[in-house]
Ligand binder design. Sequence first.
Ligand SMILES: Nc1ncnc2c1ncn2[C@@H]1O[C@H](COP(=O)(O)OP(=O)(O)OP(=O)(O)O)[C@@H](O)[C@H]1O
Ligand SMILES: [Mg+2]
Length: 285
Amino acid sequence: MGGRDQRPDPARRPAGEIHRDKMACLGELTVGIAHELNNTVGYIASNLNTLGRYTDSLRRLVDRVDGHLKPDAAARWHSELAEARWEQVDRDLAQLLEETREGADHLKRVVADLKALARPTPTSESVSLDQCVEGGLTILTHALKHRYQVERHLAAPRLLNVIRPQVMQVAINLIHNALQAQPNGGHLRISTVDDGEYATLLVDDAGPGVPPDKVTKVFEPYYTTKPSGTGLGLAIAAQVVRSHGGDLTVSPSDLGGARFAASFSGLLHPRAETMCLYDPDEVAQ
Ligand SMILES: Nc1ncnc2c1ncn2[C@@H]1O[C@H](COP(=O)(O)OP(=O)(O)OP(=O)(O)O)[C@@H](O)[C@H]1O
Ligand SMILES: [Mg+2]
């Protein structure tokens, strides 16, 4: 793996600055999009409820028609119903409504998680590692849907004092790397464990793994082996994890690729809320 190992260049803008600009831009965009999506999903959900009530009334009406008909008319009515495949339509209607409701609920969760991720002023919250990981997974639903076998074992429900969007970002960065390590699909395991002191996120993949001589290098800002990578994902994740009193490590995975382990103590660095968010320059120092 030959990385684009970048040495400091005076003409280059500091990594923290680039990243802060990117996050500010993303934050603004996200807030706008989330607002639009929220409104739209709001009336979709409300219309679906009305549709559900109306179809129930229609179903009851259709069921009652029989009682008002003479035998020959009833027979014609039944053959009309059969011709229109009413039984199947009735069944499908219920299922379609249910699936669409689930879609709308999912969209609501995505919007809520996106908003949490883009929260402009990061403040600490009492939230579990599992909740943060679930938030990250919701955002990555689409990317994970196809071609990947994804195992989830979330077992860290203890409430921690963390900056939620940052912990979500760690989960997203690690999972995203695991996906990119297997561009044609593969196997991922996302698990959390808690030993009472540290809650730890483990992301295992079946990709090529990290070569032993690169296990430190991968955490350096700008180190990337991807044509369009910034090389900041792991540097940012490492900084976030450290400011949460934990550690980010890489080791070989039993799945054949890499295992990244991000531990969180739940004890925030005293400056965590005020220090420059995701500032890889601080990591580099
Ligand atoms: N799961 C993994 N398997 C194998 N190599 C990995 C894995 N995760 C990271 N790496 C290596 O570490 C490098 C640095 O990762 P990092 O997330 O910091 O940056 P990036 O993914 O290249 O770019 P960015 O995250 O900014 O899009 C990657 O380019 C890759 O070579
Ligand atoms: Mg990355």
